[in-house]
Design a protein around this ligand. Structure first.
Ligand code: ADP
Length: 187
């Protein structure tokens, strides 16, 4: 069975960067919920218009819509053949439960959950430099609050399944990558 990884961590911790490096190294299909939403916004689809309201305010897009969107992306031959890496999803326990059902149905397996850890001042500084539309100080504050309330419990959910590896993300990009690979047993 192909491998399925999940990257979890606060906004700005480097999930997207590390997911890309893992994609290059392990050939896993990279599915970033934030990127998928931004592509929908760019193409001015109904989903994009709906998602934008939430994203601009630093709130989560509703679970039902997000779960549906990601399930569609998981249901492809390429994911089945190459495995997957999820970045930004699941972000709530409801999403994690739905993902468990979907991966069971699709005969996919979540093999590890990588928790990227950095101090709050480090992630806030990174986000402020990035300058994306949803990276203004008020929205950043809201996103970090949402992370603590909604997404931290997702880590507990996977801890119970023994899947979580904690990685120090306050290091150079290549070192974080090396630590992740080592934690997966891919030296
Ligand atoms: P970051 O991790 O830096 O916050 P993302 O690109 O992952 O950036 O997410 C940007 C925004 O997209 C989030 O603040 C949220 O509004 C929306 N979003 C992304 N993933 C999800 C998800 N799984 N559930 C709900 N909303 C999401």
């Amino acid at each position: 069975m192909s491998r399925g990884l999940i990257l979890v961590g606060p906004p700005g911790v480097g999930k997207g960067t590390q997911a890309e490096l893992l994609n290059e190294r392990l050939g896993l299909v990279h599915l970033s919920s934030g990127e998928i939403f931004r592509a929908e916004i760019d193409s001015q689809s109904d989903l994009g218009r709906l998602a934008q309201r939430y994203i601009d305010e630093g709130r989560l897009v509703p679970n039902g819509i997000t779960i549906e969107m990601m399930a569609k992306r998981l249901r492809t031959g390429e994911v089945r053949r190459s495995g997957f890496i999820l970045d930004g999803f699941p972000r709530t326990v409801r999403q994690a439960e739905a993902l468990d059902t979907d991966t069971d149905d699709l005969q996919l397996e979540i093999t590890a959950v990588v928790s990227l850890v950095a101090d709050e001042d480090v992630v806030v500084a990174r986000l402020s430099e990035r300058g994306r539309a949803d990276d203004d100080p008020e929205t950043i504050k809201r996103r970090i609050q949402v992370y603590h309330e909604e997404t931290r419990p997702v880590l507990d959910y996977y801890e119970k399944q023994g899947l979580v590896r904690h990685i120090d993300s306050d290091q150079p990009i290549e070192d974080v990558h090396a630590d992740i690979v080592r934690s997966l047993g891919h030296d």
